[in-house]
Structure formats: structure tokens, C-alpha cells
Design a protein around this ligand. Structure first.
Ligand code: C2E
Ligand code: CA
Ligand code: CA
Length: 442
């Protein structure tokens, strides 16, 4: 076999493919060219479960099914691993959407076929398609493939559809992502990130007993970028680790200052992104902060989101144990928001369970919590009590919700009803005021 071919699949190598595609584009006349970029989701699972040999066989079969007896195919290549790209001739009479549906049908057929034989319910084919029309003749082949690949990534994130057509708005999303991720480091240096604090209230006394540190990004022009917008992006790029460390430094510094000034302070919790599981530098980092600032470990708590535990239970356990060794508490954040597994609660030595705000968001017009949600909340709180885990509800927005939570014995509450996340100075006043008022009445 020539060196121009991929040994395993017999397809062209990627560079060769780009050359052929350029030739095809040059001679394109009364038809369009569709770039079809496919990747097998959970292919790694096949390799891990059945071994690489079976993985290779599956890949070869996949290529044959995709490229075999296909009159409209112009050329195809393996880009890398299980990523296959092909160029197909698209006649005038076939619409873009029609073609997408065709490929989608074929993907589903392939999935069924493979699922039966490999007994893997998880296997899924994800395809992105970009169309080169006569007007796009000057588009270079690599860009056309990268557009299809972008659409494929979008497809991979969707549960329902496995096949997505590229459109230009996807490039805007990428542009924004690049804009955000490329400015994070300088934004830290420029002081554009600030830590806000949201009080946590003890249900029995309605006194402040803690706070959560939440990051805010305020650009030089005064506008805010909210965490929901940038956290997922910097999580993907790995920069969240740097950002979390920034928050930890600020919080340690803040607590140390309050103590030095002889002022009251409550335990402050910080968020731990799941990205920390990859490198685990977080434990030595936190340890170094405790050495530097010499504050009591009870004053810092760590919130790990539920999905961290699902991703890698062993590492999560290591992390919790490491934090416990330093004397800090750990909470399970966003409990109930995803695929929470109740038995994780008994397996993992967590101290606090934070019920996700979704349970309170679905209220009726009189701010009453829905009956079904009430059942779930009260059961989780009962269970936490029996497991000797502290219960906290987040997203408390109304007095009705707060009253209900105290009725069923939820120990701590957090939400807009008490306070939104506020800047440090404002939070200090809140703490002082709350202490003063409450101490007078008790
Ligand atoms: P989270 O950890 O679940 O934080 C709680 C979010 O709920 C915060 O949103 C808070 O402002 C919001 N919230 C609090 N009370 C209420 C309420 O009564 N009603 C409603 N509707 N919302 C309420 P925020 O600050 O926008 O943060 C969003 C998410 O971004 C956080 O969710 C957390 O996952 C992430 N995040 C924020 N700061 C950090 C950070 O420093 N590090 C990491 N790794 N993630 C962070
Ligand atoms: Ca949190
Ligand atoms: Ca949460």
C-alpha cells in the first residue's frame, strides 16, 4: 500500500485528501460538495472493553459502510483515531436539509447494527456537514473540513440529534470562546475579576453562619460577564484552575485580614471545578495557603459539584480526604441537578449537601413549592439527617420557601431572599449588621 494511504483503513491520508478535494472544488460545476465529518462517540469504551483489535475491526467496518457503494463519494480520509472525513457530490435536486436527514438515517442504522453486535448501548455516530456551493469556490479545503468538524462538535454535545449542518453562527460562538479564553490571564492581572460573597443563613436563628465566594468579571468598560457565560469555556480550556486559585487567595487573604482586625468572620466556601481532578495540584496549593495565612481550617469550606463525583469517584474521594486532612469541610454542590446517585451519599464522606436551586425554581404563582418537589426535598433532608450530613438549600427567593424549609428541618438556607452575592465591602457590612441585630435580640 502506498504511503499516501492510511494503513488501517486503506483511506487516503489527510494531506492527500485535501489535495484531492482542491481538485474536486476546481472542477465543480452544476453540483455542490458536502464535507461529511464523522466521529464515533464512546469509541474509547469499545477499545477499553473489547481491546484495540476489536476497536480496529469496528473502525474498518465503519469505514466500509460509510464509504462503500456510494456513487456520490469523491474522496475520504482518516483524520486521526476514529475521525473520518469524506467529500460527497451533492446534486442540485438534493437540498442541504434533505442530505442531512439522509446521513442521519444512515448513522442511526449504523448505530443499531453495531449496538447489536458489540452490545454497547453507548456507541453513537456524530456527524457534522459543511456544504461547498459554487459561490464558495474560493473556500480552501482545510477550512471546509474545519467547518464540518465544528458542526460535528456541536452534534456531539447534543443528546437528540447526531447530525448537524454547519452554519456561520457557529463561528461566532468560537470567536467568542477564543476572545474570552485569551483574555482570562490578563484580566486576572488587570484586576477585572472580583470575588462576591453570598450569605448563608441558619434556619433556626436566621443568623448568618457562612457565605459562598462567587467570582465576577467586570470589564474595564464596567460591563459584567457572568459565570454561566465564561465558566464552562474556561473549564474546557483548563484555565479555571488558575481562576479558582485566584478566588482561594482572595478568600484566604480576606479571612486573615478580618481576624487580624479582630472582627467577626464566618466560614467561607469556595467552588472546586471538576478540572482539578485532572492534575490534583489543588491539595498542595490549598496547603500552601494555610501555611501562608495561618487561618483556622474551619473557616474555609469547599464545594464540589455533584458531577465531579460521577466523573471519577476515586479521585473525588482522594480530594475529599485530602481536604479533610487539612481540617476543612466539604459539601456536595448542586445535589439533584444531574444524574445524582443517591448511593454516592453513603460512599463519600461529605459534610454538607447543597440541594440545587432547581427544586425551588418551579413554584406556582403563590410561590408555593410543587408537591412533587416538596416530597423530594423533604426526603433528601431526612436522609441527610440520618447520615449526619448538614443540609443546605440554595436559591431561596421567598418567605414562603424559607418557611417551608424551616418546617421540614433544612438547617441552612441561601438565596436572594436573604441576599444576592455582594461585593466584599458590602458583605462586611452585612455580617456586622446581622451580628449586631441578632445579638441584641438574643
Ligand atoms: P453555584 O456554585 O451553584 O452557585 C450558585 C449560583 O446561584 C450563583 O450564581 C448565585 O448567584 C445563584 N443564586 C444564589 N441565590 C439565588 C436565588 O435565590 N435565585 C437564583 N435564581 N439564583 C441564585 P453565579 O454566581 O452566577 O454562579 C454560577 C455558577 O458558576 C456557580 O453555580 C458555579 O458553578 C460557577 N462559579 C461561580 N464562581 C465560581 C468560582 O469561583 N469557581 C468555580 N469553579 N465556579 C464558579
Ligand atoms: Ca457552589
Ligand atoms: Ca449550587
Amino acid at each position: 500500500m502506498s504511503e499516501m494511504k492510511d494503513i488501517l483503513t486503506g483511506l487516503d491520508r489527510y494531506e492527500e485528501f485535501l489535495g484531492k478535494l482542491q481538485v474536486e472544488i476546481n472542477k465543480m460545476e452544476d453540483y455542490r460538495i458536502a464535507i461529511v465529518y464523522t466521529d464515533i462517540k464512546h469509541f474509547k469504551y469499545i477499545n477499553d472493553t473489547y481491546g484495540y483489535k476489536r476497536g480496529d475491526t469496528l473502525l474498518k467496518e465503519f469505514v466500509e459502510m460509510v464509504t462503500g457503494n456510494n456513487d456520490y463519494m469523491l474522496c475520504a480520509a482518516r483524520v486521526y483515531s476514529d475521525n473520518i472525513v469524506m467529500a460527497a457530490r451533492l446534486e442540485e435536486c438534493v437540498g442541504n436539509e434533505e442530505f442531512r436527514k439522509l446521513i442521519r438515517e444512515r448513522n442511526l442504522e449504523l448505530e443499531n447494527n453495531f449496538r447489536e453486535r458489540y452490545m454497547s448501548a453507548r456507541l453513537k455516530f456524530c456527524t457534522g456537514i459543511s456544504i461547498i456551493s459554487k459561490e464558495d469556490r474560493r473556500l480552501d479545503p482545510a477550512t471546509a473540513v474545519s467547518n464540518a468538524n465544528l458542526a460535528r462538535k456541536v452534534a456531539k454535545e447534543m443528546d437528540e440529534d447526531c447530525c448537524v449542518l454547519f452554519d456561520n453562527t457557529m463561528l461566532e460562538g468560537i470567536k467568542k470562546e477564543v476572545e474570552i479564553t485569551s483574555s482570562v490571564s490578563t484580566a486576572i492581572e488587570k484586576g477585572e475579576f472580583k470575588v462576591y460573597y453570598q450569605p448563608k443563613m441558619e434556619t433556626n436563628t436566621l443568623k448568618i453562619i457562612g457565605a459562598e465566594a462567587l467570582i465576577r468579571w467586570q470589564k474595564a468598560d464596567g460591563s459584567f460577564i457572568y459565570p454561566d457565560e465564561f465558566i464552562p469555556l474556561v473549564e474546557r480550556s483548563g484555565q479555571i484552575v488558575e481562576l479558582d486559585y485566584f478566588v482561594y487567595r482572595e478568600v484566604f487573604h480576606f479571612i486573615a485580614r478580618r481576624l487580624q482586625e479582630g472582627k467577626t468572620i464566618v466560614p467561607i466556601s469556595v467552588n472546586v471545578s471538576r478540572a482539578h481532578l485532572n492534575k490534583m495540584g489543588i491539595l498542595p496549593y490549598v496547603r500552601s495557603l494555610f501555611e501562608k495565612y495561618q487561618i483556622p481550617p474551619e473557616l474555609v469550606e469547599f464545594e464540589l459539584t455533584e458531577s465531579i463525583y460521577i466523573k471519577n469517584t476515586t479521585r473525588a474521594l482522594e480530594l475529599i480526604e485530602g481536604l479533610h486532612e487539612m481540617g476543612t469541610k466539604v459539601s456536595m454542590d448542586d445535589f439533584g441537578s444531574g444524574y445524582s446517585s443517591l448511593n454516592l451519599l453513603s460512599k463519600l464522606p461529605i459534610d454538607i449537601i447543597k440541594l440545587d436551586k432547581v427544586f425551588l425554581q418551579d413554584c406556582d404563582s403563590k410561590h408555593n413549592i410543587r408537591e412533587n418537589d416538596k416530597i423530594i426535598i423533604s426526603c433528601v433532608i431526612d436522609m441527610a439527617k440520618k447520615l449526619q450530613i448538614t443540609s443546605l438549600c440554595e436559591g431561596v427567593e421567598t418567605i414562603e420557601q424559607s418557611d417551608y424549609l424551616s418546617q421540614i428541618g433544612c438547617e441552612i438556607q441561601q438565596g436572594y431572599y436573604f441576599s444576592k452575592p455582594i461585593p466584599q465591602a458590602e458583605f462586611e457590612s452585612f455580617m456586622d449588621e446581622n451580628y449586631r441585630v441578632k445579638n441584641m435580640s438574643y
